[in-house]
Design a protein around this ligand. Structure first.
Ligand code: AMP
Ligand code: MG
Length: 358
């Protein structure tokens, strides 16, 4: 048995022992799940009576389903209507909710230096990621990619005036896939707070925002080990304090193999190809929208440039895993992360010179 498996087994035994030890006194959080935004949404509430909890879950469900319908990248939505208008040189009147989301996405894109660039919807579609079916290739031709890159769609080319939006660049096509989950989780947390709920997690497929605590202990969040299959297990855990968003972008979420090469869904807007060198990025941020946009931007920035992008986006807690399984972290993140299995290829802490392997 490999060392990783032995550690996992030990972890499972320890966890089971802990669970048994806690069983007589430990109350469970109230949990409900549903599907939306293309993923499993889970709401955890602590210390809320069942009636209020059920009302809170209904409210979150409304918010998330509304976001799904309003901002879907390829099913008819306000975003697809805006994309059609832009392609035809027109502008469109949108709902206040969509205008607010677009303003926020535009700010975050600017902060990332357009590495998080939700105006590259056409490129994402060209790679075949605008489908409910698993992507399959073939990859687009270099000529098709070059033709799109030459038109340089980015969020600076999106204008917003009141409730109107449009672009002078007909190649701008919005896809909020790298940001909508985070933005929506923030809306859900705000709604929970309005209902007087102070201890909760809204988790969208592993990306989440947690407020308050689980009674006397903090919420504990698992970070998945990056892997093409669901056997990845838990790489590390983090305890959240107060109000924090924990988001991960991974190359294992959507990908295809074509003629022996692997192509994933996080695209580098500069060369039009899936970003190289990184397999996953996790960030802890103050809100979901920033953390979600940041992990995508940091993924594209890669091991050599992520620190600049993190700084510009105001993110101080980052963990990046490269294709050789090396782990890069900010010192602040290193203090928070508890590894559940031994990191396989070294850990590098930013700012510690020379880089230190622990
Ligand atoms: P995430 O998992 O948050 O990194 O989001 C990935 C999704 O965002 C992809 O499935 C695409 O729909 C979209 N996307 C891919 N590359 C980018 C990029 N560089 N900037 C913004 N959105 C992107
Ligand atoms: Mg993202």
């Amino acid at each position: 048995m490999s060392r990783g498996r032995v550690s996992l087994l030990l972890l499972a035994v320890t966890l089971a022992a802990l669970l048994i030890a806690c069983a007589p006194t430990e109350k469970e959080a109230y949990k409900r799940q549903f599907f939306s935004l293309g993923t499993l949404i889970e709401i955890s509430l602590w210390d809320v009576d069942d009636e209020r909890a059920a009302k809170a879950v209904r409210r979150v469900e409304e918010i998330v389903n509304d976001a799904h319908q309003r901002w879907h990248a390829w099913e008819p939505s306000e975003i697809t209507a805006l994309n059609t208008a832009i392609a035809e040189g027109q502008s469109l009147t949108l709902s206040p909710a969509t205008i607010a989301a677009l303003r926020r996405a535009r700010e975050l894109a600017a902060a990332s230096g357009q590495l998080f660039n939700p105006a590259i919807g056409r490129l994402i579609a060209l790679w075949g990621f605008h489908s409910d079916e698993p992507p399959h290739g073939p990859p687009p031709t270099q000529a098709a990619i070059d033709a799109l890159l030459a038109q340089a769609p980015d969020m600076d080319a999106l204008w917003i005036e009141g409730l109107h939006a449009g672009s002078n660049n007909p190649a701008v096509q919005l896809d909020l896939g790298a940001f909508a989950k985070g933005y929506t989780v923030d809306l859900a947390i705000a709604a929970l707070r309005e209902l007087g709920i102070e201890n909760a997690i809204v988790n969208a497929g592993g990306d989440l925002r947690a407020i308050g605590s689980h009674g006397k202990r903090p919420w504990s969040i698992g970070i998945r080990q990056p892997a093409d299959h669901s056997e990845g297990g838990i790489l590390a855990s983090i305890e959240t304090h107060g109000d924090e968003a924990v988001f991960t972008s991974g190359d294992y979420e959507r990908f295809f193999y074509f003629e022996g090469r692997r192509y994933h869904h996080i695209l580098d807007p500069r060369d039009g190809f899936p970003a190289r060198q990184v397999i996953s990025v996790t960030a802890i941020g103050a809100d979901g929208a920033t953390a979600d946009a940041a992990v995508t931007g940091l993924f594209v920035a890669g091991p050599d440039h992520w620190q600049e992008v993190a700084q510009r986006m105001g993110i101080t807690q980052v963990m990046m895993i490269d294709t050789d399984m090396r782990i890069y972290m900010t010192a602040e993140m290193a203090r928070r992360v508890h590894f559940e299995i031994a990191p396989p290829a070294g850990v590098f802490i930013a700012g510690e010179s020379p880089r230190e392997t622990r």
